[in-house]
Design a protein around this ligand. Sequence first.
Ligand code: FES
Length: 483
Amino acid sequence: MAQDSTLLPIRASPPKLDYSLTGVNSHLAVEQGLAEADWYQCPVPRETMRKLLERRDGPALRDTIIWFALIIGLGWFTYALWGTWWAILPYTLYAVLYASTSDSRWHEAGHGTAFKTDWMNNALYEIASFMVMRESAVWRWSHTRHHSDTIIVGRDPEIAVPRPPDIRGMILTFFGLPGIPKYFRNVLLHCTGRLTPEEKTFIPESEYEKVILRARIYLVIYGGVVAFAICERSILPLMFIGLPTLYGSWLMPVYGNTQHAGLAENVLDHRLNCRTVQMNLVNRYLYWNMNYHVEHHMFPLVPYHNLPKLHEVVKSDMPPTYPSIWNAWCELAPAVLRQVKDPAYYVERKLPTPTVRGDATPASHIFTAKGQAVDGWLEVCVSEFLKPEEVIRFDQDGQTYAIYRLAGGELHATDGNCTHGNAHLADGLVKGKLIECPKHNGRFDITDGSPQRKPACIALKTYKAREHDGKIFLALPSSNAAP
Ligand code: FES
């Protein structure tokens, strides 16, 4: 049992929960303000966060080259030793790398944060999705919802351990089951051009074609592998593609269940429904630092290679970290078993007294008008507050705006809230002429507001901004600002 947490009963037994995305709890979550809500964020000084958000190709390139080299090398040894007992060792390692560690590659590349270069993120995402048996187009959107409404019953499609837990089902996940039949059932359904009612709640219609196309590609690949195996009268092709999920998936739930299992549902603070677990270097490499799960959920824009640094910044505002995977399991296993009999039980994490550091409070990042508008222009701040490739938030009359300075010094302004969900773009990352949303990594062109990366689909409104006399000014739409 972890030292810092206790198992506490909820006093009144809650009614049986409906985890489907179309049931009663889905409506309740919306009514109770739990959908697309504001979540707690640990205070992080602005300058520190800018550094943590920095994207690089180097770490992910190094890690991905090593990963593929290991998979190909172990595959070659398996092939070379096939027919002898010696093949078991390389094959076991191959299957774990193929079926379990592709999960964290899928995850990081899906966020678009692993690499600085977009095509590398997209390529790794597609390959890892195939390996981990997740339909890339479907899971991109389901994971978006998981980040909006983490462990909110009726909203989050990725709650791995609903209450009461299905222990048999949990054990089967160590063998890739029941995921494999469900995957192929959905692939076949999508191949026919249909989606499930639940999928329709989180995938926009404009993405249906992508879902259908990917499903057909998967079917062709698996069909080709089966045909090849039949022609060769050998099971070997299937041992390399498809079957590894049966033998190699076990490490995924070992890591994955530490993320949320047994913790609180329907809370708007990731410190209460996620775990950060210390792991050794090998596990952190295999898991791509997803053991820093609270930090990742709170700041999904921070690349995996910077999560240990982020942890150092916020740890005083977090419940104590779990010292090992074993320690986390010592807490979650009894909690989950207890929930079988009493679904009201959950692990309550104790939060530290809030800390405030320098410019780290949310309010310190918000600019408001200095006096009345002159010729339609509102004074925002002195120029030096907005450095190149940065963005600030400006609030006026109940509206929020984002004002940007591009690398060349040019100023632009847009609506401050993302059109996809509840997020302030001023907390996002300026990349060239793009702003990346802090919540789901959607992107917009700063110069014209157009959406440039999913899940952002609707354009932002743009406004005029200018610099004069060492100050920044914004022209609001209602103001007939003089040029
Ligand atoms: Fe989803 Fe911005 S809130 S991309």
